[in-house]
Design a protein around this ligand. Structure first.
Ligand SMILES: [Zn+2]
Length: 448
């Protein structure tokens, strides 16, 4: 039995999906105008891990996981103007980077990745409905959701009106009936991206995107809605108001799951503060994606996680040990491992509100090779075990350092086009049973 902390209920609840054969989960995805930092990677890794646990529990085909791509936004428009290109140039570039960076962290693509620009029709339809129901109104080319029209507004964040107005940093505009009202649609000037609508040429606000895409792809009420803590207010509060009022009071989600921030010691990691560590920077600095994933899972998802170089180093040491342990076993072929081999202690920890630090501490004490492999894979680890350099080497004999040095010498030799030396080093290692493999990511090696 999986238990999840539900932000709406403020407690852990047994996870009972409405239909265990079609469990629905939606997570607010990236706004694609820049590279992802390690804080952006946390929800991707956390909800990827939750998706793996749900599939393990209810079956491989039990879950429909949607994560949207926000590809129309004022920050995207600003980035496009700064480069003198169309917004699509920016969004395609950064979506590709996002998919690559998250892939490196072992994050599987979601089942559905709806794009805002492809779903304008459903958004306009939902806004029309909200206007017809008098929960929204048109004013000067804008359409706004009228917050006082929804008596239950604020239930998720439990904020009173004063705190809400302060937290939303509301834009005071003469066309608003109430300062808390938020934008569903706004006008676009002729030089800015826009679509025809009943209210003139314009573009959607951010919040309506998620409500409309959830309705279109998953239904009126979904099982799990996820995202970072910073989305609780105003974004998720606004999503709830739009969806519930448009759908005759049906709740938007049955469980609300939020992950904590990654911080740099004292401060939250944020593009606006400028203290960000890019996922690609960490990868280029030589960290493996698997190491970063393990580091992100080392704290409970609801707790803040302080990002330090020491954390990455510790995570690498843990993986070295795990691979060292796997190496001592006869090699287990992937096909021989099934999810039934997962360690019950690891599953028990994950079932308790995705307690990954406890799951990891149990993982390192597993002695059975099949169980270790299956349990690691449940956490999204060991996907590229063949590439872990230590996998087939004895780390304690100094062999790793020696092979490492020779591989580096060979790379240098190839760089100065000294192929005779490069070939001699390759042959020398081959005589010792070490096979080198040159690939796009550099040279890896394994025991023959
Ligand atoms: Zn959203």
């Amino acid at each position: 039995m999986i238990r999840l902390y539900d932000t709406m209920a403020r407690k852990k609840r047994a996870f009972e999906p409405a239909d265990p054969r079609r469990i629905t989960m939606y997570v607010c995805g990236p706004t694609v105008y820049g590279r992802a930092h390690i804080g952006n990677a946390r929800p991707a890794v956390v909800f990827d891990t939750l998706a793996r646990l749900i599939r393990h529990t209810f079956g491989e085909d039990s879950l429909v996981y949607a994560r949207n791509v926000t590809d129309v936004d004022d920050k995207i428009i600003a980035a496009a103007e700064a480069e003198g290109v169309e917004p699509a140039v920016i969004t395609e570039r950064y979506e590709r980077h996002y998919v690559d960076d998250m892939g490196a962290l072992g994050v599987a693509p979601p089942d559905i990745a709806p794009h805002a620009t492809a779903e304008i029709g459903p958004m306009i339809a939902m806004i029309e409905r909200l206007v017809a129901l008098r929960n929204a109104y048109e004013a000067e080319g804008h359409v706004l959701f009228h917050v006082p029209s929804d008596a239950d507004y604020g239930a998720l964040s439990r904020r009173d009106r004063e705190a809400m107005l302060a937290g939303a940093r509301v834009e005071v505009a003469p066309y608003k009936r109430d300062p808390a009202d938020f934008v569903l649609w706004k006008p676009s000037s002729p030089d800015v991206i826009g679509w025809d609508s009943p209210w003139g040429r314009g573009r959607p606000g951010w919040h309506i995107e998620c409500s409309a895409m959830i309705r279109a792809h998953l239904g009126e009420t979904i099982d799990i809605h996820g995202g970072g803590l910073d989305l609780i207010f105003p974004h998720h509060e606004n999503e709830i108001a739009q969806s519930r009022t448009a759908h005759g009071g049906a709740p938007l989600a049955r469980y609300w799951v939020h992950n904590g921030f990654v911080d740099m010691g004292a401060e939250k990691m944020s593009k606006s503060i400028g203290n960000v560590v890019g996922v690609h920077d960490l990868l280029e600095a030589g960290h493996r994606g698997e190491t970063l994933r393990l580091a992100l899972l080392s704290a409970h998802y609801r707790q803040p996680l302080a990002w330090t170089e020491a954390l990455a180093e510790q995570s690498k040491t843990i993986l070295d040990r795990l691979y060292g342990k796997l190496k001592r076993f006869a090699f287990v072929e992937d096909g021989e491992i099934s999810s039934n081999d997962c360690d019950s202690g690891v599953i028990e920890a994950l079932n308790d509100d995705l307690n990954t630090p406890l799951a990891l501490s149990r993982l390192v004490s597993i002695t059975d090779p099949k169980s270790l492999t299956a349990s690691g894979m449940l956490l999204g680890l060991f996907a590229h075990s063949e590439r872990w350099p230590h996998f087939f080497l004895d780390m304690h004999s100094g062999e790793y350092d020696r092979v490492s040095r020779l591989v580096d010498e060979r790379v240098e030799a190839k760089t100065r086009r000294d192929f005779a030396t490069a070939d001699r080093i390759r042959d020398e290692l081959q005589d010792q049973g070490i096979v080198l493999e040159d690939g796009p990511d550099g040279t890896t090696w394994r025991r023959a």
